[in-house]
Structure formats: structure tokens, C-alpha cells
Design a protein around this ligand. Structure first.
Ligand SMILES: [Mn+2]
Length: 344
């Protein structure tokens, strides 16, 4: 435990005296943000910031941030993901501070905050993409790693544009039921089925370091995977994932990604709609929540420069379970960022 800050030890010693413990840790950890403890203010109370973290105006002095991109004008079927960030924040009130299984202590390792939502424009896709690119560039300027909440999957395209400008060509771990490599939708180039086609055209990706996991469903044509094939993406169809742990797969993915910069993008519709019905284009036969967690935990050790969870559409899930899954995946993403300390 030598690498842990003093506040961790204090927390362990004081944890039976919650109020004193919290006051002590706040003082000892004054340089770090910490979520409001449920014994200080009940989970149902307070402002619904992501993980109950402080809200900052921007990413200045942050190592990682949560940011909403509530844009759904790229959606081809059922809309509603503009409400995703808000419901993910609400459901994130359940999530505690450390990772019991992996031992990650993200808030003691990094300065993290919720920096609110980007001001997107539902009437103008091009302008919104420019806004997302510019806002992401500001966030990552000094090395902050954004954990973005969609929004539909188009929002990942301008994020990747900003990432390429700072980090060069990037590897991508893309978990989805769809390849999102359609040429156009209704004659438009910017839609949620096209982000990786645009990314390839603009040479944003280190294509040999791209993996797409969970793809399934009916296709428009047998040529729908031509982009992935021509670029040398690794495609792991969902049938290869059925009935098994994905921990061994992630060993291979880590080898494929190497030490270079990696962006992790998780479309919630990769998960079976029986778990996660709140999404716009559901496909049956999907990943379990257990496999989803295995995938994210399997990204530990990679040079993750940013990540997102997209396509959570609250109007299609009145129970909030889909957003709860999204919030938990974002916590798991936070826990595998470079620089996070582990207790074991
Ligand atoms: Mn999808």
C-alpha cells in the first residue's frame, strides 16, 4: 500500500466514524474531488451530478472528467438519446467510491469532476460536430481524459477528430451491435450509422489497432463489412462471444492495441435488449452485462485517452436500468484509466 496517498490510510482507519472520517478525508485529500458520501447526504438527495462529484466549469486541472453530449439528431430510428446524460447521472447516484473486485481507487488517484454537457444544436448536425470537436479539444488539451455520455453514436466521430489532432492516429475498442460503417444514411454522410466510415476517410484511425466486438443483426447487404475488411479491423461477431467469458478475448485485444493511444467507445445496444432495452436500434442475441464488465476491465493497462457510452435512450426504458448499466460501465472505465491506483 506504499503508493497510496495518506488519505486512503486515514479512510481505512476512520471508516466506522463516518462523519469524522469524511471530514478527515476531505481535509487530507483536499487536492482531490470526492463524491458526496451516502452517509453525508442520502443518495436520493442533492444535485444529480455524475457519481455525485463536484461540477466544474471546464477540464482545467482535471485528470479525467465526465461530460454529456446530449445530441440525437444522428439517430435513424427511435430517438431519445438526448436524454441519456441526464438519466445516466441520476442512476449514477447508486455507485460507490472504490472497485471491490479490481481494487481501483479512482478518486484517490485522479482529480475527477463532472463538467456538464456540451451545448449541442439539434437542428444542425454539421455545426454540432464542430462544437463537439472544439469542446473535446479543449478538454484534452492538457491531458484530461474525457468520459463522454451520449447522445447517439455520431458524437464519437468529432471526438475522434479531436483525439487524432492531439495524439495522432488512434486505436479503437468499439463495442456495439452495429459496425457503424455505412457509407451514408438517407443520402447524409453524418448519421449514427456512419461515424467510423468518416473516421476512416479522414485517416483518424490506426486501423490495425481497431477491434469491433458484439456485432450482429441483419444487414443491408453482404458488403456491409467491406469497410472493416478493407481496413483490417478485427471484427468479433457476437456469436463468437456467446456462452463464454470474454476475459481471454481481452488478452488478445490488449496485445493488438499495444502501447499506443486507444479510444474506448461502448454503444449500449451491444448489450442484449433484455438487459438494456432503452436504446434506439435494439438487436437481439447480445452481450450480457457480465461480458460488458469483462470487456471494460480487460482494457486495464491500455493507454486509454478517452472513452464513451452512447445510445442510452431513456424514453424506451422507464425503469432506468439501461442508464444504470451505462453509469456502471462509465465507473468501470474510470477505474481502468492510466494512473489509477489499485489496492491489490
Ligand atoms: Mn449500435
Amino acid at each position: 500500500m506504499a503508493f497510496l496517498p495518506r488519505c486512503t490510510l486515514l479512510r481505512a482507519i476512520k471508516q466506522v466514524h463516518i462523519h469524522r472520517f469524511f471530514a478527515t478525508t476531505q481535509k487530507a485529500c483536499k487536492e482531490k474531488n470526492y463524491p458526496i458520501h451516502a452517509n453525508t447526504l442520502g443518495r436520493w438527495a442533492g444535485i444529480a451530478s455524475m457519481m455525485r462529484l463536484p461540477v466544474h466549469e471546464d477540464a482545467k486541472d482535471l485528470d479525467a472528467c465526465f461530460v454529456g453530449i446530449p445530441f440525437d439528431s444522428g439517430t435513424s430510428y427511435r430517438s431519445g438519446t438526448r436524454f441519456g446524460p441526464r438519466q445516466i447521472r441520476t442512476e449514477s447516484a447508486m455507485i460507490r467510491h472504490v472497485n471491490a473486485v479490481t481494487g481501483a481507487s479512482p478518486y484517490e488517484s485522479m482529480m475527477v469532476a463532472d463538467i456538464g454537457d456540451m451545448s449541442v444544436v439539434p437542428f444542425n448536425v454539421e455545426r454540432t460536430c464542430r462544437i463537439i470537436k472544439e469542446e473535446t479539444a479543449k478538454i484534452i488539451k492538457d491531458g484530461c481524459r474525457p468520459l463522454s455520455m451520449g447522445g447517439d453514436h455520431l458524437v464519437t466521430y468529432p471526438v475522434l477528430q479531436a483525439m487524432k489532432e492531439k495524439y495522432g492516429k488512434i486505436g479503437v475498442v468499439h463495442i456495439d451491435s452495429h459496425a457503424d460503417t455505412i457509407e451514408h444514411q438517407l443520402d447524409e454522410k453524418l448519421a449514427h450509422g456512419t461515424p467510423f466510415t468518416r473516421a476512416v476517410e479522414e485517416d483518424l484511425l490506426d486501423s490495425k489497432r481497431v477491434v469491433q466486438i458484439g456485432l450482429r443483426g441483419s444487414l443491408y447487404s453482404h458488403d456491409d463489412f467491406n469497410v472493416a475488411d478493407s481496413q483490417g479491423f478485427r471484427v468479433v461477431r457476437v456469436e463468437e462471444c456467446w456462452h463464454k467469458s470474454l476475459t481471454p478475448l481481452m488478452e488478445e485485444v490488449r496485445e493488438q492495441m499495444g502501447d499506443g493511444p486507444v479510444y474506448l467507445t461502448f454503444c449500449i445496444d451491444a448489450i442484449d435488449p433484455s438487459f438494456a432495452p432503452g436504446t434506439g436500434t435494439p438487436e437481439v442475441g447480445g452481450l450480457t452485462t457480465i461480458q460488458a464488465i469483462e470487456i471494460v476491465r480487460g482494457c486495464k493497462g491500455l493507454n486509454i485517452i478517452g472513452a464513451d457510452v452512447v445510445e442510452v435512450s431513456p424514453p424506451y426504458d422507464p425503469f432506468g436500468t439501461t442508464a444504470l448499466i451505462g453509469a456502471n460501465l462509465l465507473f468501470e472505465m474510470l477505474c481502468i484509466l492510466p494512473g489509477v491506483h489499485y489496492v491489490k
